[in-house]
Design a protein around this ligand. Structure first.
Ligand SMILES: *Cc1c(COP(=O)(O)O)cnc(C)c1O
Length: 381
């Protein structure tokens, strides 16, 4: 390993491709997978993820914003982009310029898009998001009449798909709510058909749906967290395993490393870091790592959890700082300046995942991964 970087992320290309293959095997060949690369590829790095997927058969990707779409096109993505987030009124030309399929959940925006397509004589393919119980983005069933008439009014508007998103599929092993949403989705798609709206595809499945419910597959699935090798939740994992699913279909692809940039001896009865929140009870050897909360190391990890150095656990001492953190290496033999510290990943017999860290700071793996700073270099291995 070269000594050029003090912090870096390694992205395991084979792990991503294997996860993708596992998901495709689950869904069957007829379902098109549009992996979610929003939030900087869930922190894995949007550009490297685009480069990895561009060399696979992946027909499309799911993004949140036109900013992400711009980066993806620049990185060479020339297949479909499904945009699931909103577009600013003055940014509509990005949809055409970047060849995006936007998701529509707002009637006035649909009208605006129609006007734009007519004025510019240009076809726009869109996806209608239907409100089925998440009460976030989605057209209400009472708005379907108006949506249909607007689409029929503008001949350049084409419906590429109907979609919805589940509210309560990760957090429970009781899936009644998801099933209710699915029934509502089917009802609304039938209503749209009756109103004369034809569509090319339907899609509802995020990772948890893809892992648990065949009925949610339709034509396209939008897996996010599972592509990166993580389970959406313990409940999803449990439901999947109880349903007889095989283990180890998903493998985490990201490792996060830092290096020791200072080692110091700290006398007994000394305080460590801001706020004097940690006090040594004996003489300690403390190592400083040049990574902190601005890099995505949650400040909730202060005095909690550990990193791995030379295959051993080095507990975090004191508060996580903006760009620094301190760990206890007193009992780690042979520890040296510039030694590698593993924050996420494996080192000999030990392994830390985003799930461990999420547990320590009481959040979910999604947040731990997606907040990893864009400043950290990503190396595809
Ligand atoms: C992020 C997102 C997904 C992916 O969800 P995972 O739980 O990460 O699989 C799917 N659909 C939509 C609309 C999303 O915003």
């Amino acid at each position: 390993m070269d000594m050029k970087n003090l912090n870096w992320i390694e992205l395991d290309r084979q792990a991503i491709l294997k996860n993708l293959k596992s998901l495709q095997k689950l869904s069957g060949d007829k379902v098109k997978l549009y992996p979610a690369l929003k939030a900087n590829g869930y922190g894995h790095g949007l550009e490297p993820m685009v480069e990895i997927l561009a060399r696979s058969e992946t027909p499309g990707i799911t993004l949140h914003s036109t900013v992400e779409a711009e980066i993806s096109r620049k990185a060479g993505w020339d297949k479909k982009i499904l945009l699931v987030g909103p577009v600013a009124p003055d940014d509509i030309d990005s949809i055409v310029r970047l060849d995006l399929e936007p998701t529509i959940f707002e009637l006035s925006f649909l009208e605006q898009l129609g006007k734009y397509s007519q004025k510019n004589n240009i076809e726009i393919k869109l996806h209608l998001k239907l409100e089925t119980g998440t009460h976030r983005q989605g057209l209400l069933s009472s708005e379907l009449n108006k949506a249909a008439s607007t689409i029929k009014k503008y001949r350049f508007l084409k419906v590429a798909g109907l979609s919805t998103h589940f509210a309560n599929i990760e957090d429970t092993i009781n899936h009644r709510y998801a099933k209710g949403q699915l029934a509502e989705f089917k009802k609304q798609s039938a209503a749209l058909k009756k109103l004369g709206i034809s569509y090319e595809s339907r899609h509802t499945a995020c990772s948890a749906a893809l892992l648990l419910f065949k009925e949610t597959y339709f034509d396209i699935a939008r897996p996010g967290i599972s592509l990166y090798g993580y389970w959406p939740s313990r409940e999803t994992y449990l439901s999947y395993r109880l349903g007889g699913g095989e283990n180890s279909i998903l493998n985490p692809a990201l490792s996060l490393y830092s290096r020791i940039t200072q080692i110091k001896s700290v006398p007994a009865d000394s305080f460590i870091g801001y706020g004097c929140t940690y006090r040594s009870s004996a003489r300690l050897k403390i190592a400083v790592l040049p990574i902190g909360y601005s890099d995505g190391i949650d400040r909730g990890l202060s005095n909690l959890g550990y990193v791995l150095i030379r295959g051993r656990r080095a507990p975090i001492r004191g508060r996580i700082c903006m760009n620094l953190m301190m760990v206890d290496v007193t009992d780690i033999k042979g520890v040296k300046l510039w030694d590698q510290a593993t924050i996420i990943g494996g080192d000999k017999k030990e392994h830390i995942t985003a799930d461990h860290i999420a547990g320590w700071c009481q959040t979910i793996n999604y947040e731990i991964l997606s907040r990893l700073s864009q400043n950290i270099p990503r190396l595809v291995v």
